[in-house]
Design a protein around this ligand. Structure first.
Ligand code: NAP
Length: 476
């Protein structure tokens, strides 16, 4: 059986990829940025985009089962994009003779669906619209609990930060959460299911309210929390509130909040009927597992780590360096300090390690970012030591990584332009460069106003990296 996995760098896709690889399935990954796939992985890669039919046809050629784990939620125009993307995928899959599509969508009924859920339902309807030509297994899940999942991160951040919560009335809405490992089990088993028809499978564990989930999470974290639902909090206010206290940016917070007012409950018994071997674990066990994974730095994937469409560096700078940049460049000789120690030091940037000095200024920048709807510093890092291309570090994203040579970060904070921060080792020199591609006059103004602060922060940053690397080399 030949399997194509789309969304292979996404939260669910990354985990499913590992399960399929462990099972030694003949696997092909469909990715937009091949650099974001671990080069040590022995797997076939098809580069492409669902808006490019040629790339879809190439990727789907010879495939028996294709997983569709794609959405464009980060884009303002996601409804239209998702519809087009699903249609292109279906057309190419039929053309290439694919036998089955497996899709993971959201739980809930159309009549009460938020704009986001409606878009997920539309995607499922499109993918399953030609049952006589291709069969579709459409798995529907509500709140997914696992280390790094957006729902769990929101619940965790709120419960950790706020001992007393005045919340909107949606905390009383009923849902059926499910542990991420169980979601992966259903998806994996779907490729082997012996049926020849379309199937919708609703998955979840026990029924509970969001309030019960937050209190359950607090209990697992050993915290006591008090929650008071108020009917007067609006969607706007709740979205700002979620944006401010949790790692999700405003647009994501708003889509999620809109969805929280309607119940997300299982509508059919197909999970038990067709997958009797899978027994979903309870909410409490899923939370405990997620917390344990976080504590042991075993977070496998995070909601914020889908790579993004373009390699921004390739797009904006590489082919036209002269047009790009205002820059701040600092360099130091690394002398006798081994390269790998210097590399290891600068790649530990962000998260709990901080930004090598002036962390309070970074904190202020993070708060400002949150105030205008950005991600802020709350996303932290997945792992204190390891990095991979495409993942987020606070309000940056790893755009390039070459062992013992280079780290390139792309700024995902709200800035009037495009910004990168690069660390590079060339021979015995560490070179640190902040690049800025300004948008209009305001972009330039922004850069020049910040020149004195940048001078302090960046000069100190490279010195601190060298000092830390030096100390580490003495211990070794
Ligand atoms: N996560 C949850 O809590 C949850 C809950 C219920 C249901 N689901 C469903 O599960 C599915 C996967 O969700 P997820 O959380 O894993 O999403 P995710 O982390 O945001 O990943 C989305 C993936 O889609 C890819 N993608 C987006 N547009 C594309 C395009 N035009 N062509 C090719 N690839 C494209 C992205 O690729 P890049 O890596 O290149 O950016 C990324 O890998 C979705 O259908 C979602 O509705 C998720």
């Amino acid at each position: 059986m030949k399997v194509l996995l789309t969304g292979a760098n996404g939260y669910i896709g990354r985990r499913l990829k590992q399960t399929l690889l462990n099972e030694k399935v003949s696997l092909r990954l469909f990715v937009r940025n091949p650099k974001s796939v671990d080069p040590d992985l022995e797997v076939e890669i098809a580069e492409g985009n669902t808006f490019d039919s040629d790339s879809l046809n190439r990727a789907l050629k010879g495939v028996d089962v294709a997983y569709y784990l794609i959405h464009s939620l980060q884009d303002k125009n996601y409804k239209e994009l998702d519809r087009q993307s699903a249609q292109n995928f279906l057309d190419a899959a039929i053309k290439q003779g694919v036998k089955r599509i497996v899709y993971l969508g959201g739980l809930g009924v159309k009549e009460q669906a938020s704009k986001h859920l409606l878009s997920r339902i539309e995607t499922g309807e499109i993918l399953s619209s030609q049952p006589h030509k291709i069969e579709t297994i459409w798995i529907r899940a509500g709140v997914i609990i696992g280390s790094g999942s957006s729902s769990f991160e929101i619940i965790r951040h709120l419960t950790e930060k706020l001992p007393l919560m005045v919340t909107p009335k949606w905390v009383k809405t009923l849902a059926q959460p499910i542990g991420v490992d169980d979601v992966i089990s259903y998806l994996n088993a779907s490729k082997d299911l012996n049926i020849e028809k379309n199937l919708i499978v609703d998955i979840g564990s026990q029924k509970m309210t969001y309030k019960e989930m937050m209190l359950g999470c607090a209990h697992a974290l050993g915290l006591r929390r008090w929650i008071f639902p108020l009917p007067i909090l609006t969607i706007n206010l709740s979205s700002y509130w979620l944006n401010f206290f949790t790692p999700v940016p405003y647009t994501v917070a708003r889509s999620l909040i809109e969805g929280l007012s309607s119940e997300v409950l299982i509508q059919n018994n197909h999970a038990k009927e067709y997958f009797p071997q899978i027994h979903p674990i309870s909410f409490e066990s899923a939370v405990k597992k997620a917390i344990q994974n976080m504590e042991e730095n075993q977070v496998f994937s995070r909601w914020s780590d889908a790579g993004g469409e373009h390699d921004q560096w390739e797009k904006h700078y590489k082919d036209d360096p002269a047009s790009a940049v205002l820059m701040d460049r600092q360099s130091v000789k690394i002398g006798i300090i081994p390269k790998e120690i210097v590399y290891h030091t600068f790649t530990s940037i962000g998260g709990k390690e901080g930004w090598f000095g002036y962390n309070w200024l970074w904190e202020i920048r993070g708060i400002m970012d949150k105030m205008i709807g950005g991600a802020g510093l709350n996303r932290g890092r997945r792992d204190p030591h390891k990095l991979r291309i495409g993942e987020s570090i606070d309000f940056w994203r790893v755009e390039d990584l070459s062992v013992n040579e280079r780290l390139l970060l792309y700024a995902q904070m709200k800035v009037p332009g495009k910004a990168w921060l690069e660390f590079k080792i060339i021979e015995d020199e560490l070179i640190q460069t902040a690049y800025f591609y300004p948008r209009g006059l305001f972009g330039r103004l922004y850069w020049y106003v910040l020149v004195p602060i940048h001078y302090l922060v960046f000069r100190n940053m490279i010195k601190t990296i060298l000092d830390k690397a030096h100390k580490k080399s003495l211990i070794k």
